[in-house]
Structure formats: structure tokens, C-alpha cells
Write a protein that binds this ligand. Structure first.
Ligand code: ATP
Ligand code: MG
Length: 446
């Protein structure tokens, strides 16, 4: 059987190694990683009659978890074959079988292997994308925060992130997840403020069929979807009191109860919460449960407002300049010193998000290679709206046209129809010009 199968597989272009027993096979696997192992359920050399294949399967799953195992079995030992699948075998085939059947299964196993590899590499990419690398942190305050992130990420503790709007709370939450053992499981952000109260609970915990009008089927909640991973509860301060009780139970018991369900379901979740208002204050007002507050405030990460870490302003501006410059194919070199000065002096009530929008806008509006004071919004410059007339000296007609098209598009939220109307050209003409200038937009969706 072994010889026939080897010949068959080789003829189909597979690379095949043979082993006459489990021990030999495992020896070969120490030296090389195999995609697929095909083994009989009964093999000589198994300690107990009929168990050689299952033993091998267990050993393979230990030394090389990614290797797929296909079990061949005689009619009559289906029971053990099913057991083998339960133990992680990819498939079983009952003898006698057609060569085509085996080839089909081997190809499927191969396909699965390559899918798994793809998933792994995508996960690694996502990890990098959301890891610490994405956080610009020049000054001491942010450096300390990064250190804290690293330290708390590896624990499973519930974490509360506090900070004004736009300071980077979500970025911090994602970095915590990316550095935790849960990194390859989902990170699910929930904006508690945007879900209406009646929906919130079913959205979070799911519901069973018939729990309320409209619940026509069982539905998983976000907590179930995030199983094994991290739930990010943004704006936790606005969660209604009734849902707070349930959230407390999730944190204490790691169980959820679907709306309308009688029994709880076990889940494995880490909760990271964020708030931009003092929770303590909400507790005093009676809007936030004290017990939940104490449950959450074990580890608190404070993200400082931008005005308290001005040393980060220029590095952040540079980061966004590169980001949007690349995105817009406007590889801008620099920010003019006077513009830099304004960025440094401004109070940034909208924090990093406001700085990001400011640089994005400037990249869109700027006419040359340098971002000047004219490209900054009136809030920063203190000048009146409409007063700004950027100088067009030294620019070609095409450059002025491109800059004008960009700014009109930007003002209209990248709605091409409305932009074309304001520009007094047809949509086709606009489309042609966008192509000509290599304008890709919209900038905001990263
Ligand atoms: N240190 C940083 N380095 C790079 N980008 C940052 C940094 N801080 C914030 N950002 C960017 O600023 C924007 C706002 O950040 P984020 O959404 O994390 O803020 P937030 O605190 O959750 O705001 P809100 O309270 O409004 O939800 C995002 O685009 C984020 O990528
Ligand atoms: Mg946020």
C-alpha cells in the first residue's frame, strides 16, 4: 500500500518520504516539516494492536501542529477513525478507495495548509500595524505610557484608559491587544455611546430567538465574537445602569447571558475600556455603578492631552505629513518654520486627532513643496475665514489646477458629483483630471 501510494503521489508531482512505522516517521519529522502525513490506523509497532495510527497522530500534532494527517482505515474500524478526526486528523478514508479520492483529500489538506500560512502572515501584518510601532511617542510622558502598555499587555487584567477626546485611546487599546497572548484573536471595538439602549445589550451579549419582538433567530453578541480576544468598550461612561450590572457579571465570572437565555455561557474575554470623562465623578452623580467602577479601575492608563506633551507635536506632525503625503502622492518635504511655530503654540483642544486633520487638510491645500502658514486653518492662525489667498507665484497652471481640484474635493467630502458642479466641469472631465494628476483620495479611510 505504501509503495503504491508513493508512486501515485509522486506521479502527481508531490514530494514523498516513506516510513515503515511511527518511530521512523517521527524521526523524519524532526528533520523536516511535512505538509501532510498519510498513515494507516493499524500499524505494526504500535504499542497496542490497532493504535499505531492514533499514537502517531497525537505525536505529529505535538511536534508539528500545522501538519495535516490523513488516516487510512479498514472497513469496521470507523469508530477509531472518527475518534482520530476528533483528535485532529484532517480526514479519514475507508479502504478500499479510489486513487482519485485520496488525491482529492491530499489536495484539500494542501489547500488548507496554504490558507493557514496566509492567515498567519496576515495576522502578523495586523499585529505590526497596530502594535507599538504605530504610536508616535517622543516625549517622556508617552515613553512611560509605552512602557506601561508593554507591562500590562501580557497580563489578562481589565484596563481602563482615560484621556480627552482624540488623545489616542483606541490606539493604546489596540497596542495592548497586539502585545497580548490574545493577539491572534479578534479585537472588537464597541462604541457604547453610539448604540441605542435597547440594542446595546443584545448587541453585546446576543439574544435567543423570541426574546423580544424582532428576535426571529438566535444571535451571537459581540462578546461571543471576540471570544479568546479583547473587547474594547469605548465611552464606557455612557453605558446605562442596567447594562452595567451585566457587564460586572461578565468581568467577575467570565460568563455572558444572552437576552432571553436562562443559562449563562462561558467566555474568555479581556475587557479594555476607555472614557473621556472622569468615571469617579459619574459615580458620585449616581450615573455609574460604584462596584463596576472599582472593578475597572485596577489598572488605569492615562493618555495625556497633547498640550501637556508639546514635545510630541512636531514628531506627530512629521508622521502625519508622511502618511498623507504618501497617500496623496504629494511627497512633501517639510513644514515651514513659521507654520511649525503655530503648531507648537496652539492648544489642540481636539488633541492628536485635530492635529491629524490639520496636517491632512494642509497636505490637500498646499500649493508647493512646503506647508506654510496659509495652509493651516484659521483656528490656528487667528485670521478670518476668506482672507486666505495663498500665493500662486512660481507655480504652473497645472499645479494650480491640481491644488484647486483637491481643495474643492476636500471641502465636499470627496463627493465627486458636487465637486464637479462647483468646478463647473462634467464628472467625466473631473474623473479624467483625477487620473491625470494621480489623485487617489479620500484620505480619511486608512
Ligand atoms: N501617539 C500617536 N501616534 C500616532 N497617531 C496617533 C497617536 N495618538 C493618536 N493618533 C491618531 O489620532 C487619531 C485619534 O486617535 P484615537 O482614535 O485613538 O483617539 P481616542 O482617544 O480614541 O479619541 P475619542 O475619544 O475621540 O474616541 C487616530 O487617527 C490615531 O491614529
Ligand atoms: Mg476613540
Amino acid at each position: 500500500m505504501r509503495l503504491t501510494l508513493s508512486m501515485l503521489l509522486r506521479a502527481e508531482g508531490f514530494r514523498v518520504a516513506e516510513a515503515e512505522g511511527a518511530a521512523v516517521a517521527l524521526g523524519k519529522m524532526e528533520r523536516e516539516v511535512f505538509d501532510v502525513v498519510i498513515t494507516d490506523l493499524r500499524m505494526e509497532g504500535g504499542r497496542m494492536e490497532g493504535e499505531g495510527g492514533v499514537e502517531l497522530l497525537k505525536a505529529v500534532k505535538q511536534v508539528s501542529p500545522g501538519t495535516e494527517v490523513i488516516i487510512l482505515t479498514a472497513y469496521g474500524s470507523i469508530h477509531s477513525a472518527v475518534e482520530a478526526v476528533r483528535l485532529g486528523a484532517f480526514h479519514y478514508l475507508t479502504k478500499p478507495f479510489e486513487p482519485e479520492e485520496l488525491l482529492l483529500i491530499v489536495r484539500k489538506a494542501e489547500e488548507r495548509r496554504s490558507l493557514m500560512r496566509e492567515v498567519e502572515s496576515l495576522r502578523a501584518q495586523v499585529r505590526d500595524r497596530w502594535g507599538l510601532e504605530r504610536i508616535v511617542a517622543k516625549g517622556q510622558k508617552m515613553q512611560r505610557l509605552l512602557e506601561l502598555i508593554c507591562r500590562v499587555a501580557v497580563t489578562d487584567a481589565t484596563i481602563l484608559i482615560q484621556g480627552e477626546s482624540g488623545t489616542g485611546k483606541e490606539l493604546v487599546a489596540r497596542a495592548i491587544h497586539a502585545r497580548s497572548r490574545r493577539a491572534s484573536h479578534p479585537f472588537i471595538p464597541i462604541d457604547c455611546g453610539s448604540l441605542p439602549e435597547p440594542l446595546l445589550e443584545s448587541e453585546l451579549f446576543g439574544h435567543v430567538r423570541g426574546a423580544f419582538t424582532g428576535a426571529v433567530e438566535n444571535k451571537n453578541g459581540l462578546f461571543t465574537e471576540a471570544d479568546g480576544g479583547t473587547i474594547f468598550l469605548d465611552e464606557i461612561g455612557v453605558i446605562p445602569l442596567s447594562t452595567q450590572v451585566k457587564l460586572l457579571r461578565v468581568l467577575q465570572e467570565q460568563t455572558i447571558r444572552r437576552v432571553g437565555a436562562t443559562t449563562p455561557t462561558k467566555i474568555d474575554i479581556r475587557v479594555v475600556a476607555a472614557t473621556n470623562q472622569g468615571l469617579k465623578h459619574l459615580v458620585e452623580k449616581g450615573a455609574f455603578r460604584e462596584d463596576l467602577y472599582y472593578r475597572l479601575n485596577g489598572i488605569i492608563l492615562d493618555v495625556p492631552p497633547l498640550r501637556d506633551r508639546r514635545e510630541d507635536i512636531i514628531p506627530l506632525a512629521g508622521h502625519f505629513l508622511k502618511l498623507y503625503g504618501d497617500k496623496l502622492r504629494k511627497p512633501l518635504a517639510r513644514i515651514a518654520p513659521e507654520a511649525m511655530d503655530l503648531l507648537l503654540r496652539y492648544s489642540w483642544p481636539g488633541n492628536v486627532r485635530e492635529l491629524e486633520r490639520t496636517i491632512e487638510r494642509a497636505v490637500v491645500l498646499t500649493l508647493g513643496e512646503t506647508i506654510t502658514v496659509q495652509d493651516l486653518p484659521p483656528t490656528l492662525t487667528g485670521r478670518l475665514e476668506g482672507e486666505a489667498v495663498p500665493t500662486r507665484k512660481g507655480l504652473s497652471l497645472a499645479e494650480v489646477e491640481e491644488a484647486h481640484i483637491l481643495s474643492v474635493l476636500y471641502e465636499h467630502g470627496w463627493n465627486q458629483a458636487r465637486a464637479a458642479e462647483e468646478l463647473g466641469i462634467s464628472r467625466t472631465t473631473l474623473w479624467r483630471k483625477l487620473k491625470e494628476y494621480g489623485i487617489v483620495g479620500p484620505l480619511t479611510s486608512l
